[in-house]
Unconditional design. Structure first.
Length: 199
């Protein structure tokens, strides 16, 4: 079965909570999972003023680590409808891999967190597609393969682009059961696609 890296940047923990369900789905489908976080670029002083909790005890991903995986699921919050600077800094560090096309043919997907329902869940992923294209990485969308994505009776994060959660502007809302079910489903579906590509 494929080795999938779940790579996250999370300021307040919402993305890491969604990642737990992503991992559950990957493992359910038999994938080997590596769990990493993207390096923080903000100082401890700034994070303290933001009331950000401590980072989880996860290894920090480096560009060279990516060659060890058969595929990747990236999770991060949106920043004004695009990826946060920390994730962009990581992607910008992969130039040597790009020059060798070392990641070409590997699949990748995304999951995300926004403050509001229309806070950029789709555009956050959309803005990463040029990065994947330059590397030759194959984008694997979620599609509308989970019925919770059709539920308009309550706030449900996620879309055809990937699993997601809506955290509220103050971060008070935690991922819902339906959002976590979508995330688990994405992990399971992604593992199946990655296994076909790795065969």
């Amino acid at each position: 079965m494929p080795k999938i890296f779940v790579i996250t940047y999370s300021t307040y923990g919402h993305i890491n909570k969604v990642a737990e369900s992503i991992v559950k789905g990957l493992e359910k489908a038999g994938a080997e999972v590596g769990r990493y976080q993207i390096a923080e670029t903000l100082s401890d002083e700034i994070l303290e003023k933001m009331h950000a909790p401590p980072k989880p005890d996860l290894p920090v991903i480096t560009a060279s680590d990516l060659t060890e995986a058969d595929g990747f699921l990236f999770g991060f919050p949106t920043r004004y409808g695009t990826v946060p600077a920390q994730a962009k800094a990581f992607f910008d560090s992969t130039g040597q891999l790009w020059a060798k096309q070392a990641l070409a043919g590997k699949p990748a997907g995304f999951f995300f967190s926004t403050a509001s329902q229309h806070g950029g869940q789709e555009t956050t992923v959309f803005t990463t597609l040029p990065i994947l294209a330059h590397h030759g990485i194959i984008y694997v969308p979620l599609g509308y393969s989970n019925p919770n994505l059709f539920d308009n009776g309550e706030v449900v994060g996620g879309s055809a682009w990937g699993a997601g959660t809506v955290a509220n502007g103050d971060g008070s809302r935690q991922p819902s059961e339906k959002e976590l079910e979508i995330a688990e489903h994405q992990g399971e579906q992604f593992a199946k696609v990655a296994a076909k590509l790795a065969a």
